[in-house]
Design a protein around this ligand. Structure first.
Ligand SMILES: NC(=O)c1ccc[n+]([C@@H]2O[C@H](COP(=O)([O-])OP(=O)(O)OC[C@H]3O[C@@H](n4cnc5c(N)ncnc54)[C@H](OP(=O)(O)O)[C@@H]3O)[C@@H](O)[C@H]2O)c1
Length: 154
């Protein structure tokens, strides 16, 4: 299976890449990489062109701006990377009918102990602006990507 992992220069993306590399072909994209794999997810054409060229069987989206203070102080950037950037990845995967895994955050919930443990069916109530951008990204991904069929292992 060909797996495209976004954020392979970051903490989570590197781990996901190392696990999936054992049994799959893995392609990584990240702003911090060099050459053609340096894709900026806030630029829709860059993302769409790359994904259409590579035609992965699965996209695992690990790019995100996760510095809570930076998201609070630079809300436009947080929305651009976490929400619009994720929308661009979701649109590109939809165009090639590919399943997508999106990494969200526990910050989509306010941490009300009476509700613990939360499940994916609980209504989000973001604890901060970072959580808000991740929640909006969740909504976009679930409205765009058809994840009902999963590719078989090749
Ligand atoms: N780490 C956690 O504890 C945690 C917990 C819950 C959820 N998450 C989520 O998991 C995901 C990965 O987190 P992480 O800890 O691995 O973050 P990370 O180490 O900061 O990695 C994120 C990567 O994304 C890249 N990036 C940022 N903006 C980009 C853009 N516009 N286009 C392309 N690449 C871009 C960064 O490159 P630069 O460094 O060059 O900007 C960085 O290499 C995020 O979505 C985060 O919200 C993380």
């Amino acid at each position: 299976m060909k797996v495209l992992v976004t954020g392979t220069a970051g903490m989570l993306g590197q781990e996901i890449e190392s696990v999936f590399k054992k049994k799959n072909e893995v392609i990584g994209i990240d702003l911090a990489l060099k050459g053609r794999n340096s894709v900026d997810i806030t630029k829709p054409k860059q993302v769409i062109n790359f994904i259409k060229q590579e035609m992965p069987d699965l996209v695992i989206h690990c790019i995100g701006l996760r510095d809570v203070d930076e998201c609070e102080n630079n809300r436009n950037k947080a929305l651009l990377v976490n929400t619009i950037g994720t929308k661009n990845v979701a649109l590109a995967t939809k165009m090639i009918d590919c399943p997508m895994v999106h990494i969200s955050s526990d910050s989509v919930f306010a941490g009300d102990e009476s509700k613990a443990p939360y499940t994916e069916f609980d209504c989000p109530n973001p604890v901060n602006f970072y959580g808000y951008t991740k929640w909006k990204a969740e909504e976009i991904v679930s409205s765009l990507v058809n994840n009902t069929t999963f590719p078989s292992t090749k």
